[in-house]
Design a binder for this molecule. Structure first.
Ligand code: SAM
Length: 167
């Protein structure tokens, strides 16, 4: 079980990027997204994708991050440019139930303490979407891209054009 905990979401500003966090989580092998805050638009956008393309990815909402992090039964990893290098830690996480925490703007200080690992995807500032994608890709060693979502619509890889088959 792999869950992404999205903290710091601001409905006025972050709708698109949080939706991308959720879509990347789903496409790269996570089972669900826990959104801190209330924004039904995120779940509805992701549900629309899952209805067409399959899988059972779930978006749930919680009021605060602390309880979710404390109650998670497995390693909690916080993706941050200030953390340890990903390649030094990732092997120890394979096969475990991992909660992956990603921030938005400024991450509260106690997130660093509540996490079992603070992990950097390089020590330069970039994006939660990129950090999550690279983290999951390293965790799964690229195999997540072969996952069959068994949805009503399936894309057939094609050198040109769009080929989609419907069940
Ligand atoms: N400046 C903010 C801070 O100090 O917490 C971070 C803002 S960044 C736009 C949003 C999120 O992207 C971060 O909370 C983190 O989860 C992720 N992120 C950005 N760069 C990263 C990196 N090099 N490694 C891991 N995660 C990163």
């Amino acid at each position: 079980m792999l869950t992404v905990l999205r903290i710091g979401h601001r409905p006025q500003r972050d709708k698109r990027i949080t939706t991308h966090v959720a879509l990347v989580a789903r496409a790269f092998g996570a089972d669900g997204l826990v959104l801190v805050g209330d924004d039904p638009a995120i779940a509805s956008a992701v549900d629309g994708v899952a209805e067409r393309f399959g899988g059972d990815f779930q978006v749930t909402a919680v009021k605060g991050y602390r309880r979710s992090m404390k109650e998670w039964d497995g390693p909690v990893v916080h993706l941050t440019m200030y953390g340890e290098q990903l390649d030094d830690v990732v092997d120890s996480l394979r096969g475990k139930d991992v909660m992956i925490v990603v921030g938005a703007e400024k991450v509260p200080g106690d997130v660093y303490e509540l996490s079992d690992h603070n992990i950097a995807v390089g020590n330069q500032p970039h994006s939660e979407v990129a950090a999550l994608a690279v983290f999951l890709d390293r965790l799964f060693k690229g195999k997540e891209l072969e996952k069959d979502f068994d949805g009503p619509m399936k894309v057939v890889p094609s050198a040109r054009g769009k080929v989609v088959v419907e069940k």
